[in-house]
Ligand binder design. Sequence first.
Ligand code: HH2
Length: 278
Amino acid sequence: MEWRIHDRTLDLTHCGLVMGVLNVTPDSFSDGGSYIDPAAALAHAREMITEGVDILDIGGESTRPGAAPVEAGEELRRVLPVIEALAGETNIPLSIDTSKAAVAREALVRGCSILNDVTGLRGDPDMMALAASSGAGVILMHMLGEPRTMQQAPVYGDVVAEISVFFRQRLAACVESGLDVRRVVLDPGIGFGKTAAHNLEILRRLPELTVHQRPLLLGVSRKSFLAATLGESDPVERLWPTVALTSLGRERGARIFRVHDVRPNHEALRMTEAMLTA
Ligand code: HH2
């Protein structure tokens, strides 16, 4: 199982990746405001590198339920100084978490090599062509609706079957647009237009979501369905259930884990892989 990013090929057959979240936003659901200052964002990125992060995912717009949209200019103003500084000091792949082609284009020029689009390349009409021509790695995520309204009573017949059909349709659209699907990673979009019960069913039936041998990415870190199961908690206190799901998610076939807390998830991943390959 491989993932192509420009001229690199990452072999994920036996070894998964930890993607560290770097939210340069005032309003992200768990760490909003903590890293809006570029110096604080850089310090946090360096800490994640020390803790063993494999990819840094940089975002300048919150996608939490009900989040207000941000103009492309403001999003760029937030993320570019951080991307430029990191590109100058690390070889770790940098990912831009955006659904705007204008933001993605600039971020890719300044040093990002992965495009993480929560709209699955559907939110901006220019995004698919940009993804195809850039040679970047692409994270293609499923979302029902859009962030402002997505948690207002989402309904599925069979949530896993519908996401699987979505993945197949989006991969076909990639092929049609000349985007090499070996560059694509698929993400069921935990919490994006899904109830807590939907999220749990997706995790339980994860093996059904491997489509065309593409690696799966999971973003469960600190999300509210953990609190829905275990009782209300401050998002930063949702580390333990996050780590449990990293381990189980790896066992069920996921390869990339988008998390806020790098070291505990990195250790869970390595420990699970040691068990799987023993
Ligand atoms: N989740 C969030 C943001 N981006 N990207 C992918 N591919 N998968 C995810 O599950 C995912 C994502 C939400 O988490 P966070 O960035 O911490 O919050 P916010 O959107 O409020 O900034």
